[in-house]
Write a protein that binds this ligand. Structure first.
Ligand code: NAD
Ligand code: DAU
Length: 342
């Protein structure tokens, strides 16, 4: 199977490429990535320039908004395109929304145009549970829940989902949308809460917890998400949406305390800071459809997943120290420098 992966140098995309190439000898992958601040080819060092993979893996630095590049690439013939490429961080979308609309909405539409022209077998849009908005204390998001995005990031992802739907309805394109909950695991950029808090705790830097720390997310270990995407690619029905979730709701404060305990660090590192504007209170995914129709279930409990993740960040300090001491450090100071402690 010949697959074009977009955004494969980011967190989930790189985990997906490693999973696919290491699991299936018949898979060939082309990875197109713009290498924004979040794209890092070190994530793929296990396969980049390795003789055993060179006939099955190729990297192309490029922007999905570049129509000519995407047209040229898709003209080469692919069985599937998996679109991970995105601006993915909610806080950044609050600071500057334009690039989110450009990449997440326009980029998706440009890919769809190429799918239409070159008759690609499948297009998987990697969407998010954030398109559904926020839940109260009860209930879960199903595939039928209304789209009520609250941040510029989630609005851009919802926009992309609607463009996908329109291309399926109008042009009968072979589109499938997946909507997953919060991922964690190796190679996650240390701006997202779990890697930020693990690495801050290791460095004895305060852990900035937004608001009252009682917001809830539904956590999934990234490898479980990658396995779900593979099953959707092989067994999913065109035109359908599949929710993917870890069935693992945790408050942010619970996760923070767990990380500190596991690293044997004091709770005094927790610093309550001003809340994120428009902060969604609770996400919870009903994943019954993918479980029943496709036979997927998460294999990791939060306890096993978080242990693996903490161990990975402890063993891969050079990966994240480089990131935190460079461009990200400046960003971090800009972001949190003006958030006074409550
Ligand atoms: P990430 O920010 O780690 O990676 C995004 C990648 O896309 C980077 O490698 C970046 O260089 C690349 N990219 C950005 N703009 C591009 C462009 N214009 N052209 C080509 N490449 C570009 O993100 P992630 O956490 O790995 O998320 C991947 C996808 O999964 C996103 O679409 C995101 O919305 C979705 N998602 C993420 C989560 C999560 O918890 N992280 C959960 C559900 C869905
Ligand atoms: O639900 C899926 C989404 O999960 C993905 O679509 C997004 O790409 C991904 O970034 C993630 O969005 P969140 O906003 O939920 O993730 P983040 O790690 O930024 O925040 C998780 C929770 O932790 C949220 O309630 C905000 C809180 N938080 C976050 C940061 C960065 C803090 O309390 N302090 C922090 O410093």
């Amino acid at each position: 199977m010949k697959i074009l992966v977009t955004g494969g140098a980011g967190f989930i995309g790189s985990n997906y490429i490693l999973f696919m190439l290491q699991t299936f000898p018949d898979v060939q992958i082309t990875n197109v990535d713009k290498l924004t601040y979040a794209g890092n080819l070190e994530n793929l060092s296990a396969i980049e320039c390795k003789d055993s993979y060179c006939s099955r893996y190729r990297f192309i630095k490029g922007d999905i908004v570049d129509r000519i590049l995407i047209d040229n690439l898709l003209s080469q013939g692919f069985d599937a395109v998996i679109n991970f490429a995105a601006e993915s961080h909610v806080d950044r979308s609050i600071e500057e929304a334009g690039i989110f609309i450009r990449t997440n909405v326009l980029g998706t539409q440009i890919l769809l145009e190429g799918i239409k022209k070159y008759k690609v077998g499948r297009f998987i849009q990697i969407s998010t549970d954030e398109v559904y908005g926020s839940l109260g204390p009860e209930g879960k998001f199903t595939e039928e829940s209304y789209l009520k995005p609250n941040s510029p990031y989630s609005a851009s992802k919802a926009g992309a989902d609607l463009i996908c739907r329109a291309y399926f309805k109008t042009f009968s394109l072979p589109v499938i949308i997946t909507r997953c909950s919060n991922n964690y695991g190796p190679y996650q950029f240390p701006e997202k809460v779990i890697p930020l808090f693990i690495t801050n705790a290791i460095e004895n830097i305060p852990l900035p917890l937004y608001g009252d720390g009682l917001n809830i997310r539904d956590w999934i270990y990234v490898e479980d998400h990658c396995r779900a995407i593979d099953l959707v690619l092989r067994k999913g029905k065109v035109g359908e949406i599949y929710n993917i979730g870890g069935n693992c709701e945790r408050t942010n404060i619970t996760i923070t305390q767990m990380i500190l305990e596991k690293l044997n660090k004091p709770k005094t590192l927790i610093t309550f800071v001003k809340d994120r504007p428009g902060h969604d209170r609770r996400y919870a995914i009903a994943a019954d459809k993918i479980e029943k129709e496709i036979g997927w279930k998460p294999a990791h409990s939060f306890e096993t997943g978080i242990d693996k993740t903490i161990t990975w960040y402890l063993n891969n300090k050079s990966w994240w120290e480089k990131i935190k001491s460079g461009e990200y450090r400046n960003y971090y100071h800009q972001m949190y420098g003006n958030r006074s402690s409550l």
